[in-house]
Ligand binder design. Structure first.
Ligand code: NDP
Length: 316
């Protein structure tokens, strides 16, 4: 265990497009940044297949390849990239104290928070029981295992529709389990879903449990839960996919920073500045609106420029 606190000029937490872009800019500005990769090295894009909307890749690129390229680019300019999960933060005064894996403390003159967001689950005990045995929050990662099988996707937003459409190209039958009588997704996504013959939309259905001997074999649903005509429905499925939104990974910073009702870190309009001087937030952890790889990268760039200006103003 380290007994001596390490001091750094710029600490970046997170290794998605925001974190690595901040690292590229900070290292090229001689801030000698240290970056902790966090729980999911490479971030959410490592769980996608093809990325077609990141500028500069006319033929598309896979998520893992894109993240590997960004990592290499950050390393090329000297970013100290480390495995490790940040478990606590003390932002009461600069230098800010960041605890890694409950042990090591790093003191940072500037902090760039790029901790991203994590997929939400319904909170059913069966989701944990069948984790890795039929329950997934990423169709593009795990869809392959369900070729010619029956699956269900929970959610009524764009993500749920996208996942259902992706799975429909592999699976035999896809159920889209929607708690409301309508989809929240954009019209174009709704139309695609309705036009796909092997997607069945189950409106006004809630999942109450899963069943199966050695993995998921089906789901217990309730139609019009709480209404007079409430009805229990079981569906036979091999895979159960969650697509009900994301939770920003901001919990450890909440005592010090302002967050909205969902947990997104609030920054000063148009900038990655938080209310704590020298602490910046970039990427999905601070972006309830766009949540794109390219916007995350852009905000990571802004955060590193802000960190550089803050340090030079302070003469650090
Ligand atoms: P959203 O918040 O838009 O949708 C979440 C969906 O999950 C809603 O239908 C919601 O139901 C449902 N839901 C939430 N909690 C539960 C629960 N406990 N039980 C059952 N259902 C639940 O999240 P998305 O991830 O779909 O999208 C996030 C953002 O990203 C959106 O702005 C979206 O437009 C965008 N996006 C765009 C894409 C594209 O353009 N290609 C692709 C993917 C995302 P309810 O409606 O009842 O609240």
């Amino acid at each position: 265990m380290d007994t001596q606190n390490e001091k750094v000029r710029c600490l970046i937490i997170g290794s998605g497009p925001a974190g690595y872009t901040a690292a590229i800019y900070a290292s090229r500005a001689n801030l000698s940044p240290v970056l902790y990769e966090g729980i999911q090295p490479g971030g959410q894009l490592t769980t996608t297949t093809e990325v077609e909307n990141f500028p500069g890749y006319p033929d598309g690129i896979t998520g893992p390849e894109l993240m590997e390229d960004l990592k290499k680019q950050a390393a090329r300019f000297g970013t100290d990239i480390r495995r490790g999960i940040v478990t606590a933060a003390d932002l009461s005064k600069a230098p800010y104290k960041i605890t890694v894996e409950g042990e090591k403390v790093v003191e940072a003159e500037t902090l760039i928070i790029c901790t991203g967001a994590t997929a939400k689950y319904l909170g059913l005990p069966d989701e944990a029981k069948y984790a890795g045995m039929g329950v997934s929050a990423c169709a593009t990662c795990d869809g392959f295992f369900y070729r010619k099988k029956n699956v269900a996707v929970v959610g009524g937003g764009d993500t749920a529709c996208e996942e259902a459409l992706y799975l429909a190209s592999l699976a035999k039958q896809v159920y889209l389990i929607v708690r409301k009588p309508y989809l929240r997704a954009s019209k174009v996504m709704q139309e695609r879903v309705f036009k796909t013959p092997n997607i069945t939309v189950l409106f006004e259905h809630n999942t109450v449990g899963l069943f199966g001997e050695n993995g998921v074999e089906g789901a217990h649903l309730v139609k019009r839960k709480g209404e007079a005509d409430e009805e229990k429905v079981d569906i036979a499925i091999d895979g159960f996919f969650l697509a009900i939104g994301h939770k920003p990974n901001s919990d450890i910073f909440k005592p010090w920073l302002e967050t909205d009702e969902v947990g997104y870190i609030q920054t000063i309009e148009g900038t990655p500045r938080t209310k704590v001087a020298g602490v910046f937030a970039a990427g999905d952890v601070a972006d309830p609106r766009y949540r794109q790889a390219v916007t995350a990268a852009g905000s990571g760039c802004k955060a590193a420029i802000e960190a550089e200006r803050y340090l030079s103003e302070k003469g650090i």
